[in-house]
Design a protein around this ligand. Structure first.
Ligand code: NAP
Ligand code: 8YV
Length: 320
């Protein structure tokens, strides 16, 4: 690296391996995260790169006059104001691909747990109820003879679809552009897909276009035998409508890894027998999170050394 004295800001917490990789190579400055920047002006003046897990808004960017790159920990970068970054010529990077398999594996596990109630069955055993009360109740739902619709068929969606093939379910998807090279049924509208399938898996990014796209109408179209799985973003769901649909049987069951306002999960979900709830763990294994951390560090160090990043987001491409 040519510029070993470059200053990198880490607002809030980040995976420790990011810090280990950066230590000694750059000056690391930490600061509490939050909506308003909190840094002395002389420090802010020096910062050329940011490594962040969470949110990084326009006010933060504007407090850093020499900022060149924001390396986001996570493939989803809905927490970063990428439009503002682009308008200021700041490169944003994310962590695609290295987590595809982990997230797809977790999605299948979440789907099967939701349909077959395995967590509740194990709890029955652990509480001694197998002995005292007898066998666990049959699961009302099965994966047999189901049609699965993926809302999103990108890097992770395609890995989920591949894993679904041996389960002998029909597979379709809704995205804005059809991927005619893929062997799955394409639906031009989300509503049309929700009407036709009985499992809906959400794996789209959190954007203004996907905001609350899964609403009461979509859940009703999925129906009382329907299963909704969310591994994308909580912002894609109208959570009040989802809670109501699960409570009154408009929707059969849901498996949720992501929520609208994490880590807050609306109280009503906690007592639902037909919901499986995970605390945003789809990529959360040591090897996969290490790979994500390495990519964050590679992006920061690559930029500061050679003006090259590994994984820029499409909104801030590297020119030249
Ligand atoms: P990706 O490769 O960019 O794929 C995104 C897919 O969503 C594409 O098929 C895209 O197709 C579709 N899409 C985007 N906007 C859409 C819209 N308005 N309507 C319909 N389809 C739309 O992203 P990825 O790597 O698969 O990751 C997807 C998302 O998963 C991430 O952004 C992140 O939010 C989430 N995620 C969650 C976890 C977790 O821990 N739970 C882990 C990793 C990722 P078109 O562009 O053709 O519409
Ligand atoms: C991470 C994710 O849990 O990559 C993403 O978009 O949602 C997850 O892999 C998260 O970004 C880290 O906080």
């Amino acid at each position: 690296m040519s510029d070993i004295k470059a200053t990198v800001l880490v607002p809030g917490k980040i995976h420790p391996r990011v810090l280990e990789r950066l230590e000694g190579q750059v000056e690391i400055v930490t600061a509490p995260s939050g909506p308003q920047p909190s840094l002395p002006a002389d420090v802010a003046e020096r910062i050329r790169a940011v490594a962040v897990s969470g949110s990084f808004n326009a006010a933060w960017m504007d407090a850093l006059p020499k900022l060149e790159v924001i390396a986001n920990f996570g493939v989803g970068y809905d927490g970063v104001d990428v439009k503002h970054a682009a308008s200021r010529g700041i490169i944003v990077t994310n962590t695609p691909d290295v987590l595809n398999d982990e997230v797809a594996d977790t999605t299948i596990a979440l789907l099967i747990n939701t349909v077959r109630r395995l967590y509740q069955a194990e709890t029955h055993l652990r509480q001694g109820k197998w002995v005292s009360e007898g066998p666990f109740a049959l699961s009302p739902f099965s994966l047999r003879n189901r049609k699965v619709g993926l809302f999103g068929m990108g890097r992770i969606g395609q890995e989920i679809a591949k894993r679904l093939e041996p389960f002998k379910v029909e597979i379709g998807y809704h995205t804005r552009s059809q991927r005619s090279e893929l062997p799955y049924a394409y639906y031009a509208s989300l509503k049309e897909m929700a009407q036709d399938v009985d499992v809906l898996i959400c794996i789209v990014p959190g954007t203004p276009q996907t905001h609350k796209a899964i609403d009461a109408e979509i859940l009703q179209a999925l129906g009382p035998n329907g299963v909704f799985i969310n591994v994308g973003r909580g912002s894609s769901v109208d959570e009040d409508a989802l809670l109501k649909a699960l409570q009154d049987g408009t929707l059969g069951a849901a498996g949720l890894d992501v929520f609208y306002e994490e880590p807050k999960v609306p109280e009503g979900f906690l007592s639902l027998p037909n919901a499986t709830l995970l605390p945003h763990v789809a990529s959360a294994s040591v090897p996969t999170r290490n790979a994500m951390a390495d990519l964050v560090a590679d992006n920061v160090l690559g930029w500061l050394g050679d003006k090259k990043v590994v994984t820029p987001v499409p909104e801030t491409p590297i020119k030249g």
